[in-house]
Each structure stands twice: as C-alpha cells, then as structure tokens.
Unconditional design. Structure first.
Length: 221
C-alpha cells in the first residue's frame, strides 16, 4: 500500500499523519503482508442477485514484519447476508447485510484500519464517502427492500437504511457508543435476464449533509 505524503496538504485535521506519526509509521508509504484463515458459506440461489439464501464469511489475518509488512497486527473480519423473497414471478426481496472488521492485536497503519467502504467489494456506507468512518473496530448493518416496477422485470427500485459504528481506544470511543445512519433509494434496470444482472443507480443520504451517488453493474450486496 502506498500513500501520498499529506504533510503539506490543506487537510484539517490530518488524522492520517497524526496517527501514523504517533505510532511511528511512515506517512508517505507502508506495506502490509500476512497469512490468514478464510472460512466461507454460501446457499444463495444466485450470487449476482439473490432472491433467497444465506452467505457468510470469516477471515483472520496475522500481519508481521517477518513477512514483509510494516508492523505486527492481526485482523478479524466476519460477514453475514440473508435474502428472503415473496411473489411468484416478479420477486419482492428483503435483504440484510451485517459485517464486522476489527484490528484485534498490535497496531495497524492508518489506512489499514477498518473503515466504511473497506469491505471486499467496497460497497458499504451508502450515503457517505469511502473511509468516512474509521477505527480499530467497525460494525456495519444494512437493510434493503427490492421492489419490481414492471411486469416484464425490466425496471425495479430499492430503498435502504444502514448504520455504522466504530471504536477508537485513542479517544475512549467504544463500539456502539455512536451509530451513524444512512438511507436512500435507487433504480434498477435489467441488464441480463438470465444472470439477473441489473444496472444499479443509487443515491444515499447521511448525517451532517453527507450524500453519495453510485452507478454499478449488479446489486450492492
């Protein structure tokens, strides 16, 4: 991982450099290298656009200097998704996503700390920019209702709500002390009927005037 030197950038407060200097990390570049364990379960009827089923993953990584990394630290990550539909032809779908990401031992460089948008496909935190919330621990939950708008399945819509909480031992913030919400909706246009792939256009809102717009091929989760 390489980072731009932000010492002269007009960013205030500069959390990246403050954190890295405090824990003796280089502010211009740093590397992560580790070994880990991955466990995965998937019963979804379709991995692109599920109507029913469950998905779960657990990942544990040990990073270390002996492996070529910047520091010793450990990372634990879990994810769970569930999908439930009703309707015979045009499915209404209730989808739920929960994940947690934790730096459980040692000290990670700032940009390696758990953050919104740091999930596998960088889809979490609709309503906010990637990396908006960051800490030693992060938990994220999102509920989405997927609605068919046309009988032929060409058009659909979604509404969603999410919440993010982080922990930061440097300032005494515990997980769940604050939960920051996001919400919004989107349009779906069928791109491939056989694979159920949609063009996804979403707009999200967050607290303090935050917002986001995304254009993707495939569902958010």
């Amino acid at each position: 991982m390489k980072t731009k030197n932000l010492d002269d950038a007009e960013i205030s407060p500069n959390f990246h450099n403050e954190y890295n200097k405090k824990y003796n990390f280089d502010t211009t570049n740093y590397n992560n290298a580790g070994i880990g364990l991955l466990l995965e379960f998937d019963s979804r009827d379709n991995t692109i656009n599920a109507y029913n089923g469950y998905y779960g993953v657990f990942k544990y990584i040990v990073n270390g200097k002996s492996l070529g990394g910047e520091s010793y630290w450990q990372n634990a990550y879990f994810e769970f998704r569930t999908y439930q539909s009703y309707g015979k032809v045009n499915k209404h779908v209730f989808a739920f996503w929960l994940y947690g990401n934790f730096a459980v031992a040692g000290k990670a460089p700032y940009l390696s700390l758990p953050a919104t948008g740091w999930d596998k496909y960088e889809k979490s935190g609709r309503g906010y920019s990637a990396g908006r919330f960051r800490g030693n621990g992060l938990m994220y939950g999102e509920f989405e209702y997927r609605i068919p708008l046309s009988n032929n399945g060409l058009f659909g819509a979604v509404v969603f709500i999410n919440g993010t909480t982080t922990s930061d031992p440097d300032n005494g913030t515990a997980l769940f002390k604050y939960v920051t919400p996001g919400y919004g909706g989107g349009l779906r246009i069928k791109f491939n009927k056989n694979s159920r792939t949609n063009v996804a256009i979403d707009y999200g809102r967050g607290s303090d005037g935050a917002s986001s717009f995304s254009f993707n091929l495939g569902e958010n989760f």
